[in-house]
Design a protein around this ligand. Structure first.
Ligand code: HDE
Length: 747
């Protein structure tokens, strides 16, 4: 019949095509000319990773010697195959009883493709679900050799690393710029075993005992009934908990400060939080706290900027990290330690080193630099690397050990436990990103997703059947320290020193500059203003009264409530200037400079300014009314796609007139003086950049924009005779990160 013949013809034609493709030469194969791939028309080898994308290290018990990089194992040859390697002639049509018929159960390719897809998602992390990662290199300075025998800290020693940055509360798809703590987890693939430094950008934690982690996280996560709000602490359950559980007040004030909304992962400090114990070659021990110090300084977003970014670019921090690495502005940190004598009291300057709600001010114990981290490679595959990476505090090389901090002790249990569900069983250390670079010879066998084909018959010790292998050794081995455990009753209790919940909250407040205090007041006022329960607001005000009367009074004013009196005497705290983010001059690496041009007037010296921006290690983005090119120079953003939050500074090279597709023009507003002469989207860009205290420079016709936006002659708004001079002035302003004078400071 006719339909059957049509099918036969179609199959015949397809088969002929496939046969032709199978026999044609494959471009890109060894021996043939390198393929320039423009349109996906001819079969070719899978594309190699981009320059800045690396493959996960293939050194593994099973990968070694296969000659195939681990990342490419699933992508070999030019042709689509089933998971079993059988080539496929069609993947776009399911096998049906006739073109209009039902799908046949025997379509094994359909079933394999859909079944695998159905199971593509794995559980997101219970906390820190939203994150991003990068590869890099750590180089030891040798300065820690007196306190630790860890080989990767030796002078000049290079160790590959993978870092994952994250927020804590939000789901995997939540926005990057929310007010939250940030994770900063580093996996050092050292020759002596993997070391994970699972750190945060805030040096203290909400709780002193790990058993309360579910409580703080349940309080911070969305409400159980409506599952809102997403990735926010501005809601009743969070403030209910922290106001009742006052040991959380120190961490909370850090969250309410600018530290809660970092400008970039590149401009964050990192803190190991707990005190660790280091052991040197002679077996002597010291107590230490780990710090990461960013080369670019510690900088934050403005709160309104963070909120706009959450809408217009939810991937703000991800994009920033990738763009910086791809632009060659490799993010850098120095690793530092504060070192304390390992005394039986485990205190320093009266501060209990086992209490994770306390810092030791840098003025009392300086941070000694022991190595440098450079992130220089973006992942090849987000899921394989960033999603599947599994950190654990118990990944410790010889020379680094733990203390009895009750938060740390609980974490030692939690991380392995959570991976068992998230990564589906106990063999997750075999996933490429988790594989140690040190040789592994364990006696762990079988289990879900076993990838190793273990040889030998005797995975037990002692044995004679495998010649006694594997052997234990003293040489370079992790040795448990014979730390004395006090003879004490079994109790559910804390040391008395843990009861001080306010002195360091006050220390933090007193260490802030006026503008930073203003931001803290606004953050508390905003967050508590989002709560519905009056009793919770009042209770948190009672907590603030124990921190500082001005802070309490200002927040109370904003909430329209009376300011309570302190219930405990205000602590005699010495400010720690190192805690303030304001002050200092910092390199501009990877900063984004938006340059507004008016195509009608031509580019003028903009091409030269672009080159100068690149030369200074920053990234210029041309903003024009339309895409394409202006005078042969490519346009990166249009008035429709640009938003002020993306740029660290704005240069105005022209004054583009309103376009027909612009926002409603100013002259449409009642009482406007006259018709707008500048495109209102440019005015919005400038007004927002000004409100967020960003540097703005203009020359030539660009000065018209400043006048029209009403910002001419204000601090941090510069006009110059040429583009080069305007850029130089803006760059000088950028060194301080923001034009701080523009923020009102009332306290
Ligand atoms: Fe974590 N934490 N945590 N945490 N944490 C996890 O492990 C936990 C704490 C931190 O990018 C989980 O693999 C407990 C402090 C980072 O993959 C989980 C307690 C600090 C990351 C877990 C804490 C951190 C996590 C969830 C209280 C800073 C992201 C997924 C005792 C020093 C790691 C996972 C990544 C992730 C438990 C407190 C840092 C559930 C029980 C303090 C950076 O195991």
């Amino acid at each position: 019949s006719k339909p059957v013949k049509a099918v036969k013809d179609a199959v015949g034609a397809a088969a002929a095509k496939v046969a032709e493709a199978l026999t044609s030469e494959i471009p890109g194969k060894p021996g043939s000319a390198p393929a320039t791939v423009e349109e996906p028309t001819t079969p070719h080898e899978p594309l190699p990773p981009k320059k800045e994308q690396g493959t996960p290290d293939a050194r593994t018990p099973t990968g070694a010697g296969t000659g195939v990089p681990a990342a490419l194992k699933a992508q070999q040859g030019a042709y689509l195959t089933t998971s079993q390697g059988a080539r496929l002639r069609d993947t776009d049509h399911s096998l049906k009883a006739g073109p209009r018929g039902p799908i046949l159960m025997q379509d094994h390719h359909f079933r394999e493709k859909i079944t695998h897809f159905d199971h593509e998602r794995i559980p997101e992390r219970v906390v820190h679900a939203r994150g991003t990662g990068a590869h890099g290199v750590f180089t030891g300075y040798g300065t820690a050799e007196g306190v630790t025998r860890a080989g990767f800290l030796a002078k000049g020693k290079e160790t590959p690393v993978f870092v994952r940055f994250s927020t804590v509360l939000g789901s995997r798809g939540s926005a990057d710029t929310v007010r939250d703590t940030r994770g900063f987890a580093t996996k050092f693939y050292t020759d002596e075993g993997t070391f994970d430094l699972v750190a945060n950008n805030i040096p203290v934690f909400f709780i002193q005992d790990a058993i309360k982690f579910p409580d703080i996280i349940h309080a911070g996560k969305p409400h159980p009934d409506r599952e809102i709000p997403q990735a926010q602490s501005a809601h009743d359950t969070f403030w209910d908990f922290v106001s009742l559980h006052t040991e959380a007040q120190h961490h909370t004030i850090w969250n309410m400060s600018d530290r809660g909304i970092p400008r970039s992962y590149r401009t964050m400090e990192g803190f190991g939080v707990h005190t660790f114990r280091l052991v040197n070659a002679a077996g002597e021990t010291s107590l230490v706290k780990f710090h990461w110090k960013p080369k670019l300084g510690v900088h934050s977003l403005d709160w309104e900027e963070a909120q706009i970014a959450a809408g217009v670019d939810p991937d703000f921090h991800r994009r920033d990290l990738y763009d910086a690495i791809e632009a060659g502005a490799f993010p850098e940190w120095e690793l530092g330690i504060q070192v304390f004598p390992d005394t039986p009291e485990e205190t320093f300057a009266g501060i209990d080193l086992l209490d994770p709600t306390k810092i030791v001010p840098e003025e009392l114990a300086p941070v000694q630099r022991i190595g440098k981290l450079v992130l220089n490679r973006t992942p090849t595959n987000f899921f394989a690397e960033t999603e599947q990476v599994a950190f654990h505090l118990g990944h410790l090389p010889p020379g680094i050990d733990v203390t009895n901090d009750p938060l740390l002790q609980g974490r030692l249990f939690s991380y392995v436990d959570t991976q068992l569900t998230r990564l589906g069983g106990p063999n997750y250390p075999q996933i490429p990103i988790n594989r140690p670079h040190a040789p592994v010879n364990d006696m762990l066998r079988d289990g879900f997703h076993q990838h190793a084909v273990h040889a030998g018959v005797a995975p037990y010790r002692p044995n004679s059947l495998d010649g006694g292998n594997p052997f234990t050794t003293e040489e370079n081995a992790f040795a448990d320290l014979p730390v004395v455990v006090a003879e004490a009753p079994k109790v559910r209790a804390n040391p008395v020193s843990f009861d001080d919940h306010y002195s360091q909250v006050r220390l933090f407040w007193l260490s802030m500059s006026p503008v930073e205090r203003e931001h803290i007041i606004r953050a508390y006022t905003f967050e508590l203003g989002k709560c519905y329960e009056q009793a919770i607001k009042e209770r948190q005000l009672r907590c603030l009264a124990n921190v500082d009367p001005v802070l309490c009074a200002e927040v109370a004013k904003g909430l329209g409530l009376p300011a309570p009196e302190p219930a405990v005497p205000l602590a005699e705290a010495q400010p720690s200037p190192a805690l303030s983010q304001v002050g200092g001059a910092w390199p501009p690496d990877g900063r984004l400079i938006g340059i507004v041009v008016d195509p009608a007037a031509g580019l003028g010296d903009v091409a030269e300014v672009r080159r100068a921006v690149f030369a200074a290690g920053m990234v210029p983005l041309l903003i024009a009314p339309h895409g394409g090119e202006v005078d042969g120079t490519p346009v990166q953003r249009t008035f429709a796609t640009a938003r002020s939050v993306e740029f660290d500074a704005i240069l105005l090279a022209g004054a583009p007139v309103p376009a027909p597709d612009a926002l409603p023009a100013r002259d449409a507003k009642a009482g406007a003086a006259g018709p707008a002469t500048v495109d209102p989207r440019v005015l919005l860009l400038v007004e927002e950049a000004w409100r967020h205290a960003k540097a703005i420079g203009a020359w030539g016709a660009g000065e018209t924009v400043l006048r029209e936006a009403g910002v001419a002659g204000t601090p941090g708004v510069v006009t110059a005779g040429s583009g080069a001079d305007a850029l130089a002035a803006v760059q000088e302003l950028l060194a301080a990160h923001r034009v701080w004078e523009r923020f009102p400071a009332t306290v």
